[in-house]
Design a protein around this ligand. Structure first.
Ligand code: ADP
Ligand code: MG
Length: 398
C-alpha cells in the first residue's frame, strides 16, 4: 500500500496539515503534544468538555463518537485520523476511513477490542496464549473442560484495568461469575503461574516498515499498571527477543498501521504450563500507545507518540534508541490525599525525575492522574531515585 506523506507545515486540501484523534484521554493528549511539536495542527473528538487532550488541542469537537456531524467535521478538518482508545466504535472508524487515511484501521481496532477475535488472531499468528474457552451460552459454560480451572472469566469487550473480570476456582463460581458479568460473551482463561509481565510497543508504517521500543517489564497492582522498568537486563535477552519477534508477527499478520502494544506473561520456569506452552505467553494487545510505553517520552530518542505521529502521517520510521535506563511510576488518584496533590517539590528535587500530569481535576481512587519517569546514567541510580520517589509519594516499594 502506498500513499502520500502528510508533511509537517505543508498545505493539504487547502488547509494547514492537521492530524485528528478520536478520544480525548491522556494518550490523546500526549499524541497532540507530539504532533504539535512537529508543527501539525490537531483536532480531538471527545464528548467531554474537560477531556485531557481536548484542553491542549487546537480544536476540540465535543460530540459523541458516532455523531454524524462530529465525524463530518473531523474528516473535513483533518488530513489523517488516529484513535487513542480501543473502544472507539468501529463504525465511526469505518466512516472516517472511507474519506481519510485512518490508522490503525477499523478492522485492526475491531479485533483488538474483542477478546474472542484477539485470541483467534494470536492463534493464527502461532504465538501461544493461555488455554481458553469462549462462553456465549449456558451450554458452553457447563461444557468447560475441568483443566481450565482455576481460571479468569473475562468479558470479551470493554474490559480494562482488571475490570470486567472474575477469578473462578470451581464450576459453581464459574456460573456465579458469568451471572455477575451479566451473561455477556466472555472468555474463560486458565490461570497461569506468572513470574513476570512484560510488553512491547511496535510501530508499523503504510509501507510495511516496522520498528519497536525495547521490551518493558511491568508490575500491576489491583489490576492496574503500577511500575514499568525499562533498561537492558530487565529480562533475559532471549525472552526479550522472542517477545519482540512475536509482537512484530502479530502486527504484520494484521497488516497493521500505527502503534501497537502487545502484552505478555512470563511463566514460572519448569511449571507444567511453561512445559506445555513455553515460557512466553501473549496476553492481549492494545491498538494504540500504551501506559507501559510512557517512559519512551523521556528515555528514548523517539517516543511512542512520535511513532504514532509518523505512522499516521506516512513519515519515515527509524528504529528508536533508548538513551537512558528508566523506571516509570503511575500516579493514581489514590496519591492525592484530601484532593491535595503530592509534594511535587520533593519529587522534582530528585535527579532525572520527569513529571507528567494529564490535567485531570478530580483525583478519584484508581484514576490515572499522571506518571513519573525516572532516568539516570545507570540502572542502580535509576532504581535508587525511583524508590526514593515512591517513598515520598507513598507508593509501595517494588
Ligand atoms: P486488562 O484488560 O484489565 O488489562 P488483562 O487480561 O491484562 O486485563 O488482565 C489483567 C491482569 O490480570 C494481568 O495483567 C495479569 O496480572 C492478570 N491475569 C490476566 N489473565 C491471567 C491469566 N490467564 N493467568 C494469570 N494471571 C492473569
Ligand atoms: Mg492488560
Amino acid at each position: 500500500m502506498s500513499r502520500l506523506a502528510i508533511l509537517p507545515g505543508s498545505v493539504v486540501n487547502g488547509q494547514q496539515a492537521t492530524l485528528g484523534v478520536m478520544g480525548g484521554g491522556q494518550l490523546g493528549r500526549m499524541f497532540v503534544h507530539a504532533a504539535q511539536a512537529m508543527g501539525y495542527f490537531t483536532v480531538v473528538l471527545d464528548p467531554d468538555v474537560t477531556s485531557p487532550a481536548g484542553r491542549v488541542s487546537h480544536d476540540h469537537i465535543q460530540t459523541e463518537y458516532l455523531d454524524e456531524q462530529g465525524l463530518a467535521q473531523l474528516m473535513q478538518r483533518c488530513a489523517a485520523i488516529t484513535t487513542e482508545f480501543e473502544n472507539v466504535p468501529a463504525p465511526a472508524l469505518m466512516t472516517l476511513g472511507a474519506a481519510r487515511p485512518v490508522a490503525p484501521s477499523a478492522e485492526a481496532v475491531g479485533i483488538a477490542q474483542d477478546r474472542v477475535k484477539e485470541k483467534a488472531h494470536f492463534v493464527r499468528c502461532g504465538v501461544p496464549c493461555a488455554p481458553y474457552a469462549v462462553i456465549e451460552t449456558a451450554a458452553q459454560l457447563v461444557a468447560v473442560p475441568d483443566d481450565l480451572l482455576p481460571g479468569i472469566l473475562k468479558t470479551a469487550r470493554l474490559g480494562y484495568d482488571g475490570k470486567g473480570q472474575v477469578r473462578v476456582t470451581t464450576c459453581a463460581e464459574l456460573v456465579a461469575g458469568w451471572d455477575e458479568l451479566k451473561n455477556v460473551t466472555c472468555v474463560l482463561e486458565k490461570m497461569l503461574p506468572l513470574k513476570a509481565e512484560c510488553s512491547v510497543i511496535v510501530a508499523r508504517g503504510w509501507d510495511g516498515v516496522g520498528v519497536n521500543l525495547p521490551v518493558q517489564l511491568n508490575l500491576h497492582r489491583e489490576g492496574i499498571l503500577a511500575v514499568t522498568e525499562a533498561f537492558e537486563g530487565n529480562m533475559p535477552p532471549a525472552l526479550a527477543e522472542q517477545a519482540v519477534a512475536a509482537a512484530q508477527a502479530i502486527a504484520e499478520e494484521l497488516h497493521y498501521v500505527g502503534v501497537l502494544c502487545v502484552e505478555f506473561f512470563v511463566l514460572q520456569e519448569g511449571s507444567p504450563a511453561a512445559q506445555a506452552l513455553g515460557n512466553l505467553i501473549v496476553n492481549e494487545m492494545a491498538p494504540r500507545p500504551h501506559n507501559s510505553g510512557h517512559y519512551s517520552l523521556d528515555a528514548c530518542d523517539l517516543s511512542q507518540f512520535d511513532l504514532q505521529v509518523r505512522t499516521l502521517a506516512g513519515l519515515p520510521l527509524v528504529q528508536p534508541r533508548q538513551h537512558s535506563p528508566a523506571i516509570m511510576l503511575n500516579l493514581l488518584g489514590d496519591l492525592w490525599r484530601d484532593n491535595q496533590p503530592p509534594p511535587w517539590n520533593q519529587v522534582l528535587a530528585l535527579p532525572g525525575a520527569h513529571l507528567h500530569l494529564y490535567g485531570k481535576l478530580k483525583a478519584n481512587k484508581g484514576r490515572k492522574m499522571g506518571h513519573l519517569t525516572l532516568t539516570g546514567a545507570t540502572v542502580a541510580e535509576v532504581r535508587a531515585t525511583a524508590l526514593a520517589a515512591a517513598k515520598i509519594l507513598g507508593i509501595e516499594a517494588f
